[in-house]
Design a binder for this molecule. Structure first.
Ligand code: NAD
Ligand code: TDX
Length: 337
């Protein structure tokens, strides 16, 4: 089935997960060409896809809210995998405005083009649409869990999911949705938890832990997210939602102490800082549907090994992250974090 998709648009392909997906497709799907559509916000970096074969990857610098541009690109595409978003919870608390525009209006603009041109649409979403779970709750999120988003970010992602469902049911847009847990790996912006702490240590600064450090996230390597998205794009049932997760629940202080140990620091070499307002306690994904229906399995099941590779990547790519470090930390300092 995969060769149906000769030309796919990847929105947000210069961001963290989008660029990893572009590399995964070029490495694993020889029949597929990719058109990256990315506005290169503070989170996008042209360098992330600079090494891609120009015969197979075209980069378009543009906004997903630009209906004329989006319409032109969709006229020549078989499918769109939609990663572009404002993605950081702390930023959404400081200023929700760009989250409404990109995550809601941008998804609407793409759906209209998918409808006009009959393009297969896969929407990338997050487990955060389901709110949070208590630490002692045996439950995990499934496709049947009610939506209960907490933050401005997750509420705009929930809104975008609802648009996709409506455009599928009302207009017959051939769409699927995936809701994934926390990703880690190379090319992640240094505002996010794992790369912030690694790059702090590399700079000689102390890592920063929010609240009591007991919040749980369900970690998945971004390469496993890519393989799951491809399975859903090519084999998933239209109109369906699939949860993506790799059984990687860990609390923040354990992850931080694993980073500290791997980088030769002591277990208490960090600062406790102000908690995030409305901070979700725990995320946990049950990915049984994806595994059962599509036979997907994660490859990166050893978190310590994935973390060591990620630390090595940031240590070897200081030129990539250094230009953003001071501005990122200045923003956090102003928020008491
Ligand atoms: P990111 O912030 O690293 O990248 C977002 C990309 O989108 C950037 O390249 C940016 O330039 C681009 N972009 C932003 N606004 C745009 C616009 N208006 N037009 C065109 N491009 C625009 O994000 P990420 O962490 O790679 O997340 C990608 C997707 O995955 C998002 O939809 C996010 O909600 C979802 N997701 C992320 C995680 C995670 O752990 N990071 C987990 C689950 C789901
Ligand atoms: O310095 C920090 N210290 C800290 O304790 C930062 C940046 C974060 N944290 C905590 C907050 C969270 O409990 O670490 C956890 C992870 O934080 P983030 O990396 O900001 O991720 P999160 O808020 O869980 O959201 C991520 O996963 C779901 C992505 O950013 C979202 O795009 C995705 O939808």
């Amino acid at each position: 089935m995969a060769d149906r998709f000769n030309n796919i648009i990847v929105t947000g392909g210069a961001g963290f997960i989008g660029s990893n997906f572009v590399h995964w497709v070029l490495d694993n799907q020889p029949g597929t060409r990719v058109t990256v559509l990315d506005a290169l916000t503070y989170a996008g970096n042209r360098e992330n896809v600079a090494d891609c074969d120009p015969e197979r990857m075209t980069f378009v610098h543009g906004d997903i809210c630009d209906a004329d541009l989006v319409g032109r690109l969709f006229a020549d595409a078989d499918a769109c995998v939609h990663f572009a978003a404002e993605s950081h919870n702390d930023n959404s608390i400081a200023d929700p405005t760009p989250f409404l525009r990109t995550n809601v209006e941008g998804t609407f603009t793409l759906l209209q083009a998918a409808r006009d041109h009959g393009v297969r649409f896969h929407h990338i979403s997050t487990d955060e649409v389901y709110g949070d779970l208590a630490l002692d709750d045996p439950a995990r999120f499934t496709e049947e869990t009610p939506y209960r988003p907490s933050s401005p970010y997750s509420s705009t992602k929930a809104a975008s999911d609802m648009l996709v469902r409506a455009w599928h049911r009302t207009y017959g847009v051939p769409a699927t949705i995936s809701n994934c847990s926390n990703n880690y790996g190379p090319y992640q912006h240094i505002e996010k938890f794992i790369p912030r702490q690694i790059t702090n240590i590399l700079c000689g600064a102390r890592p920063k832990l929010y609240g009591d450090g007991l919040n749980v996230r369900d970690w998945i390597h971004t390469e496993d997210h890519s393989s799951a998205v491809w399975a859903i794009l090519t084999e998933g049932r239209l109109g369906e939602t699939y949860l993506i997760g790799a059984d990687g629940e860990r609390n923040n202080i354990d992850v931080l102490r694993a980073i500290l140990a791997a980088m030769g620091c002591g277990p208490d070499d960090f600062d406790w800082v102000r908690d995030r307002p409305g901070h979700d306690r725990r995320y946990a994904i049950d990915s049984a549907k994806l595994r059962r229906e599509l036979g997907w399995q994660p490859k990166h099941t050893d978190f310590a090994e994935g973390l060591a590779d990620t630390i090595a990547w940031y240590a070897a790519n200081e030129d990539w992250w250094r230009p953003a470090k001071e501005a990122t930390e200045a923003k956090y300092r102003a928020q008491g974090q």
